[in-house]
Write a protein that binds this ligand. Structure first.
Ligand code: DUC
Ligand code: ZN
Ligand code: ZN
Length: 473
């Protein structure tokens, strides 16, 4: 009787701590052994010449999220998780979004319905808390944290989502008391509103003015305030999608003061700039996301913060809107003012390949940092570690094999999302995920899908160890 269901043999295995040449024995969907010359498995995978990493954890992506303005996200749990798998991501954490007037529980129930039977890889939910009231603070959030929904995003901007400082303090206090992780979208709403009014009055309405309506100080001020509010409550909080130097400085200074502030950035802040919003006609709308991409020197600052540890998490913020579509970027037509264009860009499938190629292969970060940022730390921050985010005995066998020699020119046709463009078209990448395994089952291999839709499972999250352990990395 053979000891393992699967043996992945002769790969270069990288975790957050080490790189080693070894075989991986997998049994019952879990890693059962790491060693050399492991006994034969019932199935064998030859990883000679490949780099083997933990499957990615994309801790910030939007799938089939109800929008309320007539727009529709192009990816649901089926196309979103398919696209994730082909890009080396084996866990996604999208958002169950509370509409104002709705209970959090109703948002979660609705989101489970949307996910049911559709996912190719495993998924957990963050909550979005948009309506803070006594029952949310006193009953709903504590009960949902207990049930495995241990992280929640709050917004400082967007009229239908934003909270004021008092509400934010109340949510942070619940996070502290109950052991949840608060994610904060930090942009100053009134500044955006005022700047938008000025721009529109001056006839500046094309996509490029989106960046002008949300300049770095708008993010800097809100980041400073978010850090301050978390310090006042004395609780960890994570600033999401940080775009550049000014916000980074607020986080770094907070961390230096001892505040337990975590940071997340995304590919758009490494590979896009505000110039991309200035393409002919309406093309720039493809790049409208918030905060907006900045400039080259801000890209450099983001790389530095990835290297130095200011950021713990590298997510896609996949927010999928089709370009040539009246439910997408052209919701209000192809001459719409920038503030009527749905915010967000696709990136689930390209997140890890971009960082592998431009980070690891170009020597900006090592393999350990790559694994930390794309898998281990997101799993730890959101209470999924060590089940997810590592290759260790007892962990789920969520594993990706990379061919470091494969050169790929990105085109939208190569990708598996349901969006009609990729912001990264034409980029030539070195290194590509050639095999993605989830709980011991190969999901895709050499560009072919080999698993069934619906196999992905919901993951209740533990209370994040960052909160439990009262510390940041
Ligand atoms: N900004 C967000 O805050 N969420 C989704 C997409 C975006 O651009
Ligand atoms: Zn956001
Ligand atoms: Zn987002």
């Amino acid at each position: 009787m053979k000891e393992f269901d699967v043996v992945i043999r002769n790969g270069t295995v990288a975790t957050a701590g080490d790189t080693m040449s070894c075989d991986i024995g997998i049994d019952g969907g879990k890693v059962a052994a790491l060693g050399v010359s492991l006994p034969e498995g019932r199935s064998e995978i030859d990883a000679t010449g490949l780099i083997v990493t933990p499957g990615g954890v994309d801790a910030h992506c939007h799938l089939d999220q109800p929008m309320g303005d007539g727009s529709e996200m192009a990816d649901d749990f089926e196309s979103g998780t398919l696209s994730a798998a082909f890009g080396g991501t084996t866990t996604v954490i999208p958002f169950a979004c509370q509409m104002k007037g709705q209970t959090l529980r109703a948002a979660v129930t609705d989101y489970h319905e949307r996910a049911k039977g559709k996912a190719y890889v495993d998924y957990a939910f963050h909550l979005i808390v948009s309506d803070v009231n006594e029952s949310v603070l006193g009953q709903e959030l504590p009960a949902l944290i207990e049930d495995g929904y241990t992280s929640f995003k709050i917004y400082m901007t967007y009229d239908d989502l934003k909270l004021d400082d008092k509400d934010i303090l109340d949510v942070l206090a619940v996070a502290k008391r109950e052991g949840g992780m608060t994610m904060i979208h930090a942009e100053n709403s009134d500044c955006i509103k005022w700047l938008t009014e000025q721009l529109v009055a001056a006839g500046c309405t094309s996509p490029k003015y989106h960046a002008a309506s949300r300049p770095a100080p708008v993010e800097r001020e809100a980041t400073h305030r978010a850090v301050t509010l978390a310090e006042i409550v004395d609780v960890p909080a994570l600033i999401v999608h940080v775009s550049g130097e000014e916000a980074i400085r607020q986080i770094r200074e907070g961390q230096a003061r001892g505040a337990r502030i975590l940071g997340e950035t995304c590919p758009q802040y490494l590979f896009l700039t505000a110039d991309d919003l200035d393409l002919d006609g309406f093309e720039g709308a493809k790049y409208i996301c918030s905060p907006p991409p900045r400039d080259k020197s801000n890209q450099d600052a983001v790389w530095k913060a990835l290297q130095s540890g200011v950021f713990q998490v590298f997510s896609s913020d996949h927010a999928p809107f089709r370009f040539d579509d009246r439910k997408g970027k052209k919701l209000k037509g192809d001459h719409a003012c920038f503030n009527h264009v749905p915010n967000g860009i696709p990136g689930l499938e390209t997140r890890m390949p971009l960082l592998f190629s431009e980070g690891v292969m170009k020597g900006r970060i090592d393999l350990q940092r790559f694994v930390q940022l794309t898998a281990t730390e997101p799993a730890r921050v959101y209470g999924l570690y060590p089940r997810k985010g590592t290759i260790a005995v007892g962990a789920d066998a969520d594993i990706v094999a990379w061919d470091p020699k494969r050169e790929v020119t990105l085109t939208n046709g190569l990708l598996h999302h349901n969006v009609d463009y990729t912001p990264y078209a034409g980029k030539v990448l070195t290194g590509w995920p050639v095999l993605t395994m989830s709980r011991g089952e190969v999901v895709c291999r050499n560009g072919d899908l080999v698993a069934q839709k619906g196999r992905g499972a919901f993951l209740p999250c533990d209370r994040p160890e960052y909160v439990k352990a009262n510390r940041v990395a």
